[in-house]
Design a protein around this ligand. Structure first.
Ligand code: TGC
Ligand code: FAD
Length: 387
């Protein structure tokens, strides 16, 4: 048995359509990404052409309705994220930011003109989007953001800096969150707008097959039609995060599943003391614990997908999934690496690449500490964010 999810026969819980979508995504990635991903990671690139191919595959904003989007189930979207992250978290990150943050922010809060202008092109991968919330001095606490948008006649003038923005240097349109006299508002900033520039962040030890950038806004003048009319408080960007966090709940399972598969293959063929290391009880204990961790994480992900499809998922439930599944995936990736011995530190094998990527996943979309506090608040009724 190579797939640890077969241990619990989890596939039998999936509907046929969801399974077909998962198989299509996995088949595409086996041909177009898996053979190249270690090179992309080493070079610190994600090819722009590959992003366009993901648009043709139909995974960009696949869970949204209309405007060129497929309108799939939440489960199908989760399963696509699982397969994407089984190859590399950077690929899932690209799809998460494009579909769940950039496109979702426009789909949920944009005007009809904004939706018509951007969503079909973003769905096709012809245009790239990004989502600028984090700032150099405000990560976990975006309520303190310094980026300001000030009214000037019928226009807005934006000043500020956003950092650690996935897809930033690529983006044809940036969703930028800014404080105004009336509270937090969102703006669509097209590439090339005077005063708007990006700088890519390099020398990353994690999430290397992904573009991460700083956005700089210096006197960026925008018409009021660039404002997302439906977004009227900090709750708007935070609601977008729920969408991306949901994808991560599944994505983390994919990274962990890949690590178990690699460990199983390796342990079955690597011989020490005249027998495959898979035959040692200590190795079997590791493999059993990893397979259980992957199975449990998948069951949690599917349960949350069911709640989402029923329209009754709550933010603290998504926090529970993100906290549990990402921490489980990190532990599995590190354990898998030990089974590979010295080979485990080579890019020829995926577990340490996954482990390094998952360090970013632990931090972005709300750190483990922030999600623990969201769960703590739901359990106790007391908010501990501010001490
Ligand atoms: P707080 O007063 O609690 O909330 C302000 C308003 O927002 C509402 N709200 C939410 N709404 C929907 N979903 C959620 N998850 C929500 N969390 C809060 C809340 O009800 C309130 O609404 P209203 O109507 O009363 O105004 O705000 P706070 O300032 O105390 O902060 C709460 C906290 C800490 C949970 C929040 O700030 C937070 O989530 N911090 C973490 C920041 C974060 O996750 N940043 C991610 C940036 S994007 C990213 O990382 C992309 S990486 C993606 C990739 O590459 O894959
Ligand atoms: P900080 O908020 O400074 O936190 C540092 C430490 O303090 C953490 O351990 C944290 O948990 C802890 N801490 C903070 N507050 C509390 C508290 N109240 N109680 C206990 N502990 C606390 N952002 C975007 O807006 N868009 C993107 O596309 C995006 N992409 C990213 C891609 C990558 C590869 C990475 C690494 C980050 C990305 N981010 C993005 C930024 C990410 O969301 C932030 O890094 C994250 O929210 C944490 O903020 P911070 O790094 O400033 O850490």
């Amino acid at each position: 048995m190579r797939d640890p999810l077969e241990l619990l026969d989890i596939r039998s819980l999936l509907g046929e359509e969801d399974r077909d979508i998962q198989a299509t995504v996995a088949g595409f990635l086996a041909e177009h990404a898996r053979p190249h991903v270690a090179d992309w990671f080493e070079a610190g690139v994600l090819p722009r052409e590959f992003a366009r191919e993901l648009g043709k595959l139909g995974v960009l904003g696949m869970h949204l309705e209309g405007y060129g989007c497929a309108g799939t189930s939440a489960t199908a979207y989760g399963l696509a994220c699982l397969e994407l992250e089984a190859v590399d978290s950077g690929i899932r990150s690209f799809v998460s930011v494009q579909g769940s943050l950039s496109m979702f922010s426009i789909h949920r809060y944009g005007s009809e003109e904004q939706k018509l202008e951007w969503l079909p092109r973003l769905a096709a991968g012809e245009a790239i989007g990004c989502f600028g919330l984090t700032e150099p001095d405000f990560g976990s606490n975006p309520s303190g953001m310094r980026t300001r948008a000030v009214r000037d006649g019928g226009d807005w003038v934006l000043d500020g800096t956003k950092t650690w923005i996935t897809n930033g240097g690529w983006a044809d349109v940036a969703t930028v969150w800014a404080n105004t006299d009336e509270g937090v508002r969102g703006f669509l900033v097209p590439r090339g707008t005077p005063g708007f520039s990006t700088r890519d962040i390099t020398r990353k030890l994690s999430m290397r097959a992904s573009v991460t950038s700083e956005l700089v806004l210096e006197g960026v003048r925008l018409p009021d039609s660039a404002r997302l009319p439906g977004a009227t408080s900090l709750g708007a960007p935070l609601s977008c995060l729920n969408e991306a966090r949901f994808g991560i709940v599944f994505g983390a399972v994919g990274a962990a599943r890949d690590c178990v598969e690699v460990a199983l293959d390796y342990a079955g063929t690597r011989v020490q003391f005249d027998r495959p290391i898979a035959g040692f009880q200590l190795t079997q204990r590791k493999l059993a614990s990893m397979a259980l961790a992957v199975g449990n994480a998948m069951l949690l992900a599917l349960h949350l997908a069911g709640l989402k499809e029923a329209g009754r998922i709550r933010p603290e439930q998504i926090s529970a999934g993100k906290l549990n599944n990402v921490e489980a995936a990190v532990a599995v990736a590190r354990e898998s690496r030990t089974i590979l011995g010295a080979n485990g530190i080579s890019l020829e094998y995926s577990p340490l690449r996954h482990a390094n990527n998952l360090e970013s996943v632990l931090t972005y979309e709300g750190t483990s500490e922030i999600h623990a506090l969201a769960i703590g608040q739901a359990l106790t009724g007391l908010s501990a964010y501010r001490g």
